[in-house]
Design a protein around this ligand. Sequence first.
Ligand SMILES: Nc1ncnc2c1ncn2[C@@H]1O[C@H](COP(=O)(O)OP(=O)(O)OP(=O)(O)O)[C@@H](O)[C@H]1O
Ligand SMILES: [Mg+2]
Length: 355
Amino acid sequence: MTARLQVALLFGGRSGEHEVSLVSAASVATGLRPHHDVSCVLIDKTGRWLLQEGEAPRPSGGESVFLAPVPGDAGRLRRLADARELARPDVFFPVLHGTYGEDGTVQGLLELAAVPYVGAGVAASAASMDKAMMKALFARAGLPQPDYRVLVGRDAAAEARLVGELGLPVFVKPANLGSSVGISKVKTPGALDAALDAAFAYDRKVVVERGLDVRELEVSVLGNDAPEASVPGEVVPDREFYDYDSKYAADSRTGLLIPAPLDPATAQEVRRLGVAAFQAVDAAGFARVDFFLERATGRLLVNEINTIPGFTSISMYPKLWEASGLTYPDLLARLVALGLERHAARARLRTDYGS
Ligand SMILES: Nc1ncnc2c1ncn2[C@@H]1O[C@H](COP(=O)(O)OP(=O)(O)OP(=O)(O)O)[C@@H](O)[C@H]1O
Ligand SMILES: [Mg+2]
């Protein structure tokens, strides 16, 4: 066990998943407290960093602070008004889902400040948030995935070929959002145009994917250069697909089966592919890898990787580790240790060409 450290939770964020992050952060703070001291930094929807009193994240309030993007300042959080030092965390823990948090931007700032942080680095975060890049890396690693096309801007010629090449239904997804925002399932050729409009409202790049009749499996991966996979779980959406409401609505009846009812060979294959997906994007610390199991064929396909998975105490990521024998507080302590380990390893690397 690492010494009792000051862990700065970064939560909220300039993202459509701000509210989800607040819920994750409340659980993470509780889970960290047995082993570490916690400071709470709310990133509000306008992007301000607000350092809060106490060890429990709140949805508003706090003192405006900044982190200087220079190694010499050692990760101090300073009051925006007068640069007075208000906190000096040992390690940062971004519990930020979606844009400006899970996408490498915050990780870039933490790299410039040369402070340890939990989770994937800049490149892995950015590539995993962009479904087009993620799929290209998965393809490069030989991972099975649904057929897809990428559109960069509206393109009548390419759009006219989609249904012929992919069949129906197709899923239309903005490349860079999460939580199913802007995603539609298209069942008739006439519905494609509106689905593309909806997706292009969120991004200049859109992924169109062959729609399959599937079970949805997820696995939690933990580690740096020698990652390990948990037992797989299954999500049973309460509606046609696992959309935003199905994920977060208060009345959602979406079920989680932990462990997933799978034959041992399939379970083992999910774990193997989970680790392979993690390594394909060069992730670090943690990630949840999501799969489709095609009902008709039993084929296993990788859907996506999330480098900052939902982290409430009832979220799939920690639940799968719990089922694998790692408690929530121990999982968090392990993540902090992995962040420190990665930082120490990188600090040992040469960054100059001198002698
Ligand atoms: N090719 C497909 N075939 C069948 N169902 C699909 C397909 N693509 C997506 N879906 C359904 O839509 C849901 C959301 O799609 P996806 O996981 O790609 O996006 P997302 O959840 O918004 O991304 P993130 O998990 O990063 O928030 C899936 O969980 C699944 O229910
Ligand atoms: Mg998803």
